[in-house]
Design a protein around this ligand. Structure first.
Ligand code: GLN
Length: 305
């Protein structure tokens, strides 16, 4: 398959959607990003990378980090499944920052890819490594091959300034005994991990282990094949929040989105994609990004279905 030609066709099909939706405006640092951006990258399992448009422009990874923190917890826990006692793996059907289910379900979030679930995963990673966000940054540098990856101080700072909702989620879960570390430290590491800046190229490359059934770029094993399969399963069912059903219907790939406008998607055994366009739909997923992935699976026939 001529990946470059496929991406060019996908980008052309997605072009009319670029600029649609709303750029995340809950913090000033994200609001300033131009809605006209569009980039897509594909990293095949052998490490070759292809891209079109703004595929090398860094953006805020935001909730895409949730897929990596889950992977890191699994990798550091060495097969110990305890995290699943503290977070479920069912689609929430509620917005990514919702509080409501936590009260009904005794402080156990529905899945690791909504904010509440990601806070629990970050908490676990903090216990396992002593420094959750730095562990993630180093991991992403290594897997992407980009040593320049960094936290965006302005984004992390304004996440904290506007972080009442995430603090509320964390405190509420702590009241049920579902956090191991103090709330301020958990939310701080969560904000740092969300603030990492990466391009489509970086993210598609760093997510390669999900397409390689748990193997890292250098051939060493990060996760067991069944663990990579499980992360992909949870991405498919929960990775795009309360639009996961619609996303599976349209795209049919494990995917994780973020309010920075990025989406990573995995074709197990073949490649990892990342698309970026900042205009979001009402559920917080990139409008042009979803359109692009929809065209990609239509064109290639490579949905998991
Ligand atoms: N930093 C954002 C938040 O916690 C991440 C949300 C997202 O990307 N959906 O609200």
């Amino acid at each position: 398959m001529d990946y470059q030609a496929v991406l060019e066709e996908v980008a052309a099909c997605a072009r009319p959607y670029v600029g649609q939706g709303r750029v995340a405006d809950y913090i000033p640092a994200l609001e300033r990003v131009s809605a006209d951006r569009f980039g897509i990258a594909l990293a095949d399992i052998n490490g070759a990378v292809y891209g079109v448009g703004d595929w090398q422009v860094p953006f805020s990874v935001q909730s895409i980090s949730k897929a990596f923190s889950l992977a890191l917890v699994m990798a550091h826990a060495h097969g110990d499944d305890d995290i699943w006692k503290r977070v479920g793996r069912e689609p929430s059907g509620t917005p990514f920052n919702s509080l409501v289910q936590l009260e009904w379900e005794n402080g156990i979030p529905r899945n690791p890819f909504i904010n509440a679930g990601a806070l629990v995963v970050t908490d676990r990673l903090q216990s396992l490594t002593g420094d959750a966000s730095t562990t993630m940054l180093h991991f992403l540098r290594e897997e992407s091959g980009n040593e320049d990856l960094a936290f965006d101080q302005a984004v992390a700072g304004s996440e904290a300034d506007h972080g009442d909702r995430n603090a509320a989620l964390a405190h509420f879960m702590a009241s049920f005994g579902n956090l191991e570390n103090p709330v301020p430290s958990v939310i701080e590491h969560y904000f740092w991990q969300c603030s990492i800046e990466m391009s489509c190229r970086d993210l598609a490359t760093a997510g390669g282990f999900l397409a390689r059934h748990g193997l890292r770029a250098d051939g060493s094993r990060l996760l067991e094949a069944r663990e990579a399969k499980r992360i992909n399963a949870v991405m498919l069912t929960c990775g795009t929040y309360d639009a996961a059903g619609e996303f599976a219907y349209r795209v049919g790939l494990p995917a994780k989105s973020g309010v920075g406008g990025g989406i990573i998607a995995v074709v197990p055994g073949r490649c990892t994609l990342c698309v970026w366009s900042p205009g979001l739909d009402a559920r917080g997923n990139s409008v042009a990004g979803a359109a692009a992935l929809d065209h990609f699976t239509t064109l290639t026939g490579w949905s998991v279905f």
